[in-house]
Design a protein around this ligand. Structure first.
Ligand code: SF4
Length: 347
C-alpha cells in the first residue's frame, strides 16, 4: 500500500479558534510540512517527505490576515518553520506596526536560524522564550543521528536570543540515542554550562525525552535503551545542582510510546484490556501479564533491537522512502558509532 502525498503549496490553518482548544485562542498557520534535515530518528521528517512550503503571497499572508480578524494570537506551525525560504520576508511582514498587538508563537526552530532579528521580532511580539532542539551536547552523537549542528552554533543561538531581548531559552534533548555513552552525557552537561557562561542571565531549561523508535525511520530497528531512566536522573542531578531547569519526560511513558510505536496487530488484545484499567503505564504491564503466552514479552516490542531482515508490522505500507534507503541511512550513521551499534547492522 503506497502512502499518498499532497504536493500543493497551500498548507493548513485553523478552522476553529476557541479558548477551549489545546492552544487556547491561537490561530495556527502551517508554514512548512516535513523537514529536510532527516535526523535518523525523526518521524516528522521521514514519514512526511518531501519538504513542502506554503507560498508566502498567495497562501500564508491571506491565511494570517483571515485569522487575525478573530484573534490576536498567531502560531506559526511546522517541524522547522525557520527553514521556509521566505521566512525573513514573513518576519518583516509581521513586524509592521499594524501587528503591534499580535502575540506570536513559534514551534521549535532550527538552532542556526536563531538570529538577533528573529529574537527581536519575537520580543516585540510579546514572546519571551524560544525553543531549539539540540538532542545532545555531544558532537559525535549528533553525527550519528545526522543532526547537522555543533556546540558553537548552539552557544551562538543563546547569545543571539539574549541580544534580541528574549528572557529564556529552552533546549530539547534526548537520552538513550543508539550509540550513546556516558561521555556523551558529560558533554551535554558541559554544553549547558558553556551556554550559561556565554549568555548570563538567560534562563535555561533542558527538556529531555528518551529515544523511542519510530516506523519508517532509519532507527526503527533499535529498541529503547533501558539505561535511559538512569541517564535522565544523572542529567537531572547535574543540571539542577548548577541552577538549570531540567524537565524530563517520563521514562515509563516512553516505554508505552515505544510499545505503541512498534506494536503489531496482536497488541489489539492488549489495548482492549487496558481500556478498562485506567490511564497509567502500570495498566499496560497488567495487561501483558494477563496475556502471557498469547503475546511476545513487552521487551520484544520495547527494548529489543530488531533484526534487519525481520518483517516489520508496517512492512506492507510503502512510505516516502524504500526500506533499502532507510538501511543505507542507518549504515551511514554507523561511521560515527563505536562498538555498540554494530550488532544491528551486521545482520
Ligand atoms: S531538525 Fe527536527 S524536525 Fe527536522 S529532522 Fe531533525 S528532529 Fe526532525
Amino acid at each position: 500500500m503506497q502512502k499518498q502525498t499532497y504536493r500543493g503549496n497551500t498548507l493548513s490553518a485553523s478552522t476553529v479558534v476557541t479558548e477551549l482548544a489545546a492552544w487556547e485562542n491561537i490561530y495556527m498557520v502551517e508554514v512548512v510540512r516535513s523537514c529536510p534535515e532527516m535526523c535518523r530518528f525523526c518521524l516528522a521528517s521521514y514519514l512526511t517527505l518531501p519538504f513542502r512550503t506554503a507560498n508566502l503571497e498567495s497562501s500564508l499572508i491571506p491565511a494570517i490576515n483571515r485569522g487575525l480578524t478573530v484573534t490576536k494570537r498567531l502560531g506559526l506551525l511546522g517541524a522547522s518553520v525557520t527553514q521556509h525560504p521566505e521566512f525573513n520576508e514573513l518576519l518583516d511582514y509581521l513586524s509592521k506596526p499594524e501587528y503591534d498587538d499580535v502575540r506570536l508563537s513559534l514551534a521549535s526552530v532550527r538552532t542556526n536560524t536563531v538570529t538577533v532579528k528573529l529574537a527581536e521580532t519575537l520580543t516585540k511580539r510579546d514572546t519571551r522564550s524560544i525553543t531549539i532542539a539540540v538532542e545532545s551536547g555531544s558532537d559525535r552523537l549528533r553525527k550519528i543521528i545526522n543532526k547537522k549542528l555543533d556546540n558553537d552554533e548552539i552557544i551562538q543561538a543563546a547569545i543571539n536570543a539574549k541580544a534580541g531581548g528574549l528572557k529564556s531559552l529552552k533546549l530539547y534533548g534526548m537520552v538513550g540515542i543508539p550509540g550513546e555513552e556516558s561521555e556523551d552525557l558529560d558533554a551535554t552537561v558541559a554544553m549547558m554550562q558553556e551556554i550559561k557562561k556565554a549568555a548570563p542571565g538567560l534562563r535555561l531549561t533542558l527538556g529531555c525525552s528518551t529515544f523511542v523508535p519510530k516506523s519508517h525511520t532509519p532507527f526503527q530497528w533499535f529498541g529503547v535503551n533501558p539505561a535511559a531512566e538512569k541517564r535522565l536522573k544523572f542529567l537531572e542531578k547535574k543540571l539542577r545542582s548548577n541552577g538549570m531547569d531540567f524537565r524530563p519526560e517520563s521514562y515509563r511513558w516512553s516505554v508505552i510510546q515505544a510499545l505503541i510505536s512498534r506494536g503489531d496487530r496482536r497488541l489489539s488484545y492488549l489495548l482492549e484490556k487496558v481500556r478498562h484499567y485506567g490511564d497509567s503505564p502500570g495498566s499496560y504491564r497488567r495487561g501483558f501479564k494477563e496475556l502471557r503466552g498469547q503475546l511476545p514479552p513487552i521487551d520484544f516490542y520495547v527494548n529489543q533491537d530488531w533484526e534487519l531482515n525481520q518483517v516489520l508490522p508496517w512492512s506492507h505500507l510503502q512510505g516516502p522512502l524504500p526500506e533499502t534507503t532507510l538501511k543505507k541511512h542507518l549504515n551511514d550513521s554507523q561511521i560515527w558509532a563505536r562498538d555498540k551499534l554494530s550488532q544491528a547492522t551486521k545482520n
